[in-house]
Write a protein that binds this ligand. Structure first.
Ligand code: DNO
Length: 350
């Protein structure tokens, strides 16, 4: 297991030198944010990012995300050119030593929350989602959240949503399959693994189809191209927002088959209806049994990348919701502690 931390580049209030001081930190997860979605990430831009990270004493082996253009998700004719560009980006990333590329296939919206600063009982703030409040959102005013790869003006959003009117789950899955059949051989050639991120929250939202929500969905996607380069970003926070997802069992299954390349570790307190708020990483704080999840990784010999996902805002920190330094650092230390316990219990040296 290699512990990593997400960093949003020079505009991120969290600095590389601060991340370097978190015990047990191996590497940075980042992206090139300046290149428009659909364009090629050049070797120069990749080398500049990698250089910055390496000079801070950290590895750069995981990208999150190379965003997938909406035309690919919609299956429009322009997808051929966009997929060719995506492949070239993968080639450039692989040549720079990147091993995993995280991406998602959520139409229009990435992770969605209804409150970015819910106050918890201990005085900290966390992200939360309430389905009734989401249904009441007026999309004609546009919607964007800090941390998304793309945002839309109200009129762009309206026309995109209209285009998705013709796309149901089966069609979206077909468009994903088309993308994977083209991209996975290129990823393999580039020496890296594609790792799809689950839908967050794991259910249809704003009438848009969602196809990465549960075990059956993940099975279906992995079967499209049965190759270790077609892998998962297994996010306990996203999948954990459906109490029907048995996370330790799913990790055992997919990590056991070496199909998890990247683990997002986050805890959520979820209601039976699927409303949830994020909490500290500790098992006792939420619905995710982090100890059991890590045991499943350990016992299946996981040697991919971990990252502590979203933290609360604590100790008066301000910054990107979910992506402050302090609570994510506590998460990393907690996860490393569990891992050390598992290693020692199995007789491994520290
Ligand atoms: C949320 C993140 C997601 C993730 C994308 C992957 O905090 O986990 O935004 O980066 O869905 O493409």
């Amino acid at each position: 297991m290699k512990m990593t931390f997400r960093w949003y580049g020079d505009d991120d209030p969290v600095t590389l030198s601060a991340i370097r001081q978190i015990p047990g930190m191996y590497g940075i997860v980042s992206a090139i944010y300046e290149t428009p979605v659909g364009e090629v990430w050049t070797p120069e831009a990749i080398a500049a990012l990698k250089g910055k990270i390496n000079r801070a004493g950290l590895a750069f082996e995981v990208v999150e995300s190379v965003p997938v253009h909406e035309d690919i998700k919609l299956g429009k004719p322009s997808r051929d050119r966009l997929i060719a560009n995506y492949g070239e980006t993968l080639r450039n990333l692989g040549a720079a030593g990147v091993k995993v590329v995280c991406y998602n296939f959520m139409p229009v919206f990435d992770w969605t929350r209804t409150d970015l600063a819910l106050q918890l009982a201990d005085g900290s703030n966390a992200l939360s989602f309430n389905a009734a409040e989401a249904d009441a959102i007026d999309l004609s005013k546009g919607l964007s959240l800090p941390g998304w790869d793309a945002s839309y003006k109200p009129e762009e959003l309206a026309s995109l949503l209209e285009e998705y009117g013709a796309i149901d789950e089966a069609q979206l899955l077909e468009n994903l399959a088309f993308f994977l059949k083209a991209i996975i051989p290129l990823a393999e050639e580039a020496g890296l693994r594609m790792a799809i991120h689950p839908d967050d929250p794991p259910r249809p939202i704003f009438g848009l189809p969602r196809i990465v929500k549960n075990r059956a969905d993940l099975e279906r996607i992995l079967a499209v191209v049965d190759n270790p380069a077609n892998a998962l970003t297994f996010c306990t926070g996203s999948l954990g927002a459906d109490l029907g997802n048995d996370l330790p069992a799913m990790v055992r299954e997919f990590s056991g088959r070496d199909r998890i390349a990247f683990a997002h570790l986050r805890n959520v307190k979820t209601s039976p209806a699927g409303d949830f708020n994020e909490v500290a990483h500790l098992s006792s704080e939420g619905s995710v049994d982090m100890g059991a999840v890590l045991r499943a990784y350990y016992e299946t010999g996981f040697d991919g990348y971990f990252r502590p996902d979203h933290g609360r805002m604590i100790w008066s920190e301000t910054g990107k919701p979910g992506y402050g330094l302090y609570d994510r650092a506590l998460g990393a230390v907690y996860l490393n502690g569990i891992w050390e316990g598992l290693r020692k219990a199995a007789g491994a040296p520290a």
